[in-house]
Every structure is written in structure tokens, then in C-alpha cells.
Design a protein around this ligand. Structure first.
Ligand SMILES: [Fe+2]
Ligand SMILES: [Fe+2]
Length: 256
């Protein structure tokens, strides 16, 4: 039988049903953004009309998605760490490394936040996304350092003992070369007064994760309290230039 023509197995059908249910919650319909589909290699779009036609009497989700961990009414950065960041061990290990190395609080905070773009949102250009998310709430130097770590991690600095990460050879192959915009960014960062702050992110970046390391978000509550301006309305419910990014994380399947 032709591979493409064979009937679906029971488990394939079960997967399909689960998929359908994922989009249909009790009385609401959750939708996926184009970006979610692009990640599966498809350029696709959930058509509102078509979904309403197969879900008579239902409406689209316009707020919290009940399948996701509940967020409080006025979320803090720590709430996002707990309920929306898919992985925090790397961030905590890097920040712990910086703390043990006696780095200033700004650097510890930058290490704690350097990969929130990838932990919560998207891999591509994660340094830029992460920097933009935190920019209204942290010292300018912290956001700058997070942005520039995107480029700096690819370039060694023998003066401080930073080598090209062995892990990158494994991940990207020996022949990988950063794109010209990354090289240009590195050159700008290299001559900037805050270069070393960003370089310290790359130096405290833990490229080999220790599954047994004891790390705890509570250890950083005071540093966050002193260095991250938590908006009183809740992170994402304020009117900062990046509030919409936090809201989107909070309500990723809202129809519009
Ligand atoms: Fe990173
Ligand atoms: Fe990292």
C-alpha cells in the first residue's frame, strides 16, 4: 500500500482528535497564530469563519487560555518565570555563576534575564527579543548587554579567556559562520563602553547544563526587587513600549 494512501491507525486518529480538542475548549475556540504554524514548516492561518462554521454556538477565546498555568491579576516577573518560561535552569545557573563570582547586581540580573527571549518566545534573535522585553524595566546597560550577547557569544576574547563555545561546534557544525549583521553588531559592541557587561553574560553563560545543580529563583528575589521596575498594574498590563510582548505571553492564543 502506498505510504500516503494508507488509512490512519488508531493512534494517529487519537492524535488528530487530541489536536482538534486542543483548539476547542469547553465553550471557547483557541486559535494558533501564523508563527505557530511556521514552526511546523507550514504557512497557514486559522480562518475565523471556517472555525465558527465547525463550532456552532461558540466564540473565540479572548483572554486567558485555561490549558495554561493561571497568571495572577497583576503578574510580576517572577510569575512569568514560574508560569510562562518553559525552562529556567539555564538562567538560574548562569545567574548563580555570576553571583558566586562576585559580579555586581546589574551583571547578575543580566545573566538571569539573558535568555528569556528563547525561554519564553522564540529562538531566532533571542537576545534582541529578550532585550526589548525588559528594556522599559531595567537599567539601560542591562538591556544593552542582553541584546549584544546575541552577537558576542560567537566571538572569542582571549584577553578575558572567552573561547568560541565547543557546544556551538556540536550544535551548528564546524563550518557555521555568523551572518554579516551579527559580525557588524559584534564590531560595534566591541568598542562600546558597556562591552564588558555583555561579555560577562557570555562568560557566565553555562553551556553545559548540570542537571544536579541546586538553583533557586528565590535566591534572586531581592536582586529582582532592587533592579527590575515592576509596574504596579502588573507586567504587561502597564503601558510600556514592550507591555504587549508580556501580554502576548500571558494570552498567546487570544484571537486578536
Ligand atoms: Fe543566549
Ligand atoms: Fe545562555
Amino acid at each position: 500500500m502506498n505510504e500516503h494512501a494508507r488509512p490512519h491507525t488508531v493512534s494517529e486518529r487519537a492524535d488528530e482528535l487530541e489536536e482538534e480538542m486542543m483548539h476547542q475548549l469547553a465553550d471557547k475556540i483557541a486559535t494558533r497564530s501564523t508563527l505557530f504554524y511556521l514552526g511546523d514548516g507550514t504557512v497557514a492561518y486559522d480562518s475565523g469563519e471556517a472555525l465558527l462554521a465547525v463550532n456552532p454556538g461558540k466564540h473565540f477565546l479572548m483572554g486567558a487560555d485555561p490549558r495554561l498555568p493561571k497568571m495572577p491579576a497583576k503578574p510580576t516577573l517572577i510569575d512569568f518565570f514560574k508560569a510562562r518560561f518553559a525552562t529556567t535552569a539555564h538562567l538560574l545557573q548562569s545567574a548563580t555563576h555570576a553571583l558566586k563570582g562576585g559580579q555586581p547586581e546589574k551583571v547578575v540580573l543580566a545573566c538571569l534575564l539573558h535568555d528569556i527571549g528563547v525561554a519564553s518566545f522564540i529562538r531566532c534573535d533571542h537576545g534582541y527579543w529578550g532585550a526589548q522585553m525588559i528594556e522599559p524595566y531595567v537599567d539601560e546597560e542591562v538591556a544593552w548587554a542582553v541584546r549584544m550577547h546575541q552577537a558576542l557569544r560567537f566571538f572569542p576574547d582571549p584577553s578575558v579567556g572567552y573561547e568560541y563555545p565547543e557546544m556551538y561546534r556540536k550544535l551548528f557544525g564546524d563550518d557555521y559562520k555568523p551572518e554579516p549583521y551579527i559580525v557588524a553588531e559584534y564590531e560595534r559592541a566591541r568598542n562600546h563602553k558597556w562591552y564588558m557587561t555583555s561579555r560577562l553574560i557570555t562568560m557566565n553563560d553555562i553551556y553545559s547544563f548540570d542537571p544536579n545543580a541546586k538553583v533557586n529563583l528565590d535566591d534572586f528575589a531581592d536582586i529582582i526587587g532592587r533592579n527590575f521596575r515592576q509596574p504596579k498594574e502588573g507586567l504587561g498590563l502597564d503601558n510600556s513600549p514592550s507591555a504587549h510582548m508580556w501580554r502576548t505571553l500571558m494570552w498567546p492564543t487570544r484571537f486578536l
